[in-house]
Design a protein around this ligand. Sequence first.
Ligand code: LLP
Length: 414
Amino acid sequence: MDHFLYQADELYAEQCQVAELAKQHGTPLYIYSRATLERHWHAFDNAVSDHPHLICYAVKANSNIAVLNVLARLGSGFDIVSGGELSRVIEAGGDPAKVVFSGVGKTVAEMEMALNLGIYCFNVESAAELEQLNQVALRLGKVAPVSLRVNPDVDAGTHPYISTGLKENKFGIAMEEAEAIFARAHELAGLEVKGVDCHIGSQLTEIKPFLDAMDRMLALIDRLGSQGIEIKHFDVGGGLGVTYDDEVPPQPDVYAAALLDRLGGRDLKLIFEPGRAIAANAGIFVTQVLYLKENSDKRFALVDGAMNDLIRPSLYSAWQKIIPVIERAGTTHNYDVVGPVCETGDFLGKDRQLNVQAGDYLAVRSSGAYGFTMASNYNSRPRAAEVMVDADNAYVIREREKVAQLWQGEQILP
Ligand code: LLP
């Protein structure tokens, strides 16, 4: 459930009129709903409430500091993949002691920063990274808490670009090598083995791949235990899917109940790294129709938002619902909703039944995750503004980028 609903023929974000926000702040525009973000976060937290756990929101999904701050106020932890994301968490008032650091290519500088801030755990993805982290920790006179990300080799059944748990993917440590690398971690003085971690992919709409991965990981945890390596937490990663169209992914409570059931009586804290499930349907992307254009067999709605603002349709052929901000009565036509960028692949949606005129606003739903965070300045387009609504208040949480900012830091030769 989210808080983007029609009242009569007009779309609201909580109690704010989307059309008014678009007029006031211009388009293209991202609009997020605080109540929806909070609701989705609580859905996870409540689902595992009486079992020791930590919800570490995946910052990459939407890293605006207002979004992070709303979640930090609820007591959320954070899953980060760079020093930049860690800095955002701190800037937003997040607690470094609730941060897990994922990613295959952590630099020495990033390790130092995370160690100095005292993060909860490093999710280490290779033997080489493990040695590096040990050296950095020893040099700083610290002990790095580590978890090894193990690749369970299960097929998440999702888009190949967002599937991460297969052997052929670059992520994690192969199951066959896991025990030897855990043994090595256990003997290094700069490291303390805390957990086991996996993340098999994103936008999963079935529970089975999660459970298959969990079975393999729990078997590993049991083997490690019998070798005297005690595992305190199991990080199940993120990946729970959302409804973009007619998918029916498991709700967080059903998903968590299934995982808890598999856990048996094991005394393991569970860590979750949800990104999309919290943020996607807490945001819309609003764009204005510039022109309608027709040729012999196609109608196009040319809008002011483009692939540089929201790349998911172009990059993954992702389908996101496009709805009018103010509904018009009358006949609909079949449109491709396309942006001004000079690429054939620049579209927000294809073959959409719409009744639109130039000047109308359209909302692309489910844009709160992997929307703004993947935006670029391609075609020298300033990045969109972001607004967060809270009941009947709306706050600008990021100003529209100004044209002069586009070449900030660039230099002309003397
Ligand atoms: N943890 C790790 C280690 C991850 O790599 C990811 C996402 C997550 C957690 C959060 O996954 P989520 O709960 O959001 O599915 N740009 C793509 C999605 C890429 C996901 C990358 N990793 C998209 O727009 O579909």
